[in-house]
Ligand binder design. Structure first.
Ligand code: CDP
Ligand code: CDP
Length: 230
């Protein structure tokens, strides 16, 4: 087929997926797809409409009807603008409320079905770096390059704390951040539908002590090595 290559990056919260995926995409001239932003946008809409988190039916309807748009932006703090039903939710989807509820919404089969369909549609012609939890296992199982990005919980909590500082948000303790991250990891890895899991053909990259550019070059190098073998 004339489909362009796809790079799938999966891993737990704070592993560096978004940052690294964006840089890899820029270096290789591919499109960056942040699938987590889509689950966050649906979660924002559920909360905004006052729908109960366990009202699977109402949430399924909402996920099937909503229109999500992701557009690149020049803002370094928010390099991707996120829209749901024509509302710009770029900042709102990073709130503590959305973050604490998103895994419950993302565990619902109908929500995943609706969003995965959209992702596969966008990825039909390839040429993208897609990042999330189930990209290599479920969304793009035939991706040319699959990376499973990890880091210890301590390291990921430190990165998040730094993020909050940079964004001028109120300080959250490392202890609280570790707890939140571990809880979300657990929910994402134990859910029934497409849990967070390393694809059998993914390479695992442990990133404790590695800089963003080191991780980026490892992936770019691996991609080019794979490319020369096709
Ligand atoms: O950036 P961070 O790692 O905190 O989270 P994210 O990538 O924005 O994803 C937020 C949540 O969406 C995750 O904790 C998962 O529950 C869900 N998610 C998912 O289930 N499948 C994906 N492909 C991407 C995200
Ligand atoms: O998308 P995900 O939740 O996996 O992580 P991220 O939002 O890309 O990265 C979380 C934070 O860690 C960001 O501020 C990155 O700049 C930082 N980071 C880092 O310090 N070292 C790395 N090797 C990767 C990311």
């Amino acid at each position: 087929s004339d489909r362009q290559p796809i790079i799938a990056i999966d891993g737990p919260a704070g592993a560096g997926k978004s940052t690294v995926a964006r840089q890899v995409a820029t270096q290789l001239g591919l499109v960056y797809l942040d699938t987590g932003a889509m689950y966050r946008a649906v979660t924002w809409l559920v909360l905004q409409q006052g729908i109960a988190i366990d009202d699977d039916c109402a949430i399924a309807e909402l996920a099937n009807k909503c229109k999500i748009e992701l557009t690149p932006s020049q803002d370094i703090k928010f390099p991707v603008r996120v829209w749901i039903n024509d509302t710009d939710v770029t900042q709102a989807i990073r709130s503590i409320e959305v973050t604490s509820q998103v895994s419950a919404i993302a565990a619902q089969a109908a929500v995943r079905q609706a969003l995965v369909k959209q992702q596969q549609n966008w990825g039909k012609r390839g040429g993208l770096v897609a990042e999330g939890r189930d990209i290599g296992t479920h969304v793009f199982p035939d991706a040319e390059v699959k990376i499973f990005l990890t880091a210890s919980v301590g390291e990921r909590a430190r990165r998040r704390q730094q993020d909050f500082k940079t964004q001028g948000q109120p300080e959250v303790s490392l202890e609280q951040l570790e707890k939140d991250i571990a809880e979300r990891d657990w929910k994402d890895s134990t859910r029934k539908v497409s849990p967070l899991k390393k694809a059998v053909d993914a390479i695992e990259l442990q990133t404790d002590g590695l800089s963003i550019s080191e991780v980026t070059s490892k992936i770019v190098d691996y991609y080019q090595q794979r490319l020369s073998q096709w």
